[in-house]
Ligand binder design. Sequence first.
Ligand SMILES: [Zn+2]
Length: 273
Amino acid sequence: MLVDTHAHLETVDDLEGVLENAKDAGVSKIITIGTSIKASKKCVQIAEQRRTGTQIYATVGIHPKDGKGEVEKLGLARCIDTLKQIVRSSKKVVGIGECGLDYRVTNDNLQLTTDKEKDFQRELFKEQIKLAAQLKLPLVIHCRNAWNEIFSLLTTNYRLRTKIGGVFHSWTGDWQTAKRVLDLGFYISFSGIVTFKNAKEIQEVAKKMPVEKMLVETDSPYLSPEPWRGKINEPKNVKIVAEFITILRSLSLDQIAQVTSENAERLFGFENL
Ligand SMILES: [Zn+2]
């Protein structure tokens, strides 16, 4: 049985059909990930409604890009307070996120994200790190072109650092970066990107890292794995991601499924509801 640790089910039209496909592919649990207050509320609703078949859990958080309108409208403090209320409203909430930093750079590494925008993203992320520590929930981290800043925000405060854990989702870093994540005790989650032909560095990480820190996900409806790259993605395709990793690790699909499911259980502490 597989756990898709990162999907965006609130974007799906035919949810019943998609969940049926997931069940047929051996997906026992799906975590649907919040990206804004509005999306987080919907994620919790979807998780609460579902009672049979594939179990659904939710995370609550504000993505560095998606929640901007809400934060500008309500103010950061009120947004964080609302997230806290949503977490407390349901036992199906298993994490905070996705949150983090998303910087745009050109192919020649020129920064396109303004300093003002970076400040905004950093504040928003910092508040969600604190929230995760306070509520003792794991963080689901999104990182694009901002590794050093993410690490410094996670480690600046010792008191905080000892209390937080989580996962770097849809891994895109190299082995050196992965070692820093593992040193922090965080998990690494692979999406369909690991199957791409030009993803050699990412595949190296999947090959070398301790399997006890590995998770798998789809990030559906985005990031379909090969050979479906560019098509709409579904949680059932987490099986393709896991199958690809079996080749890198010389483990069977059952072994990868079992260990990544145990890891997800340990990190997110799913309650049987
Ligand atoms: Zn996502």
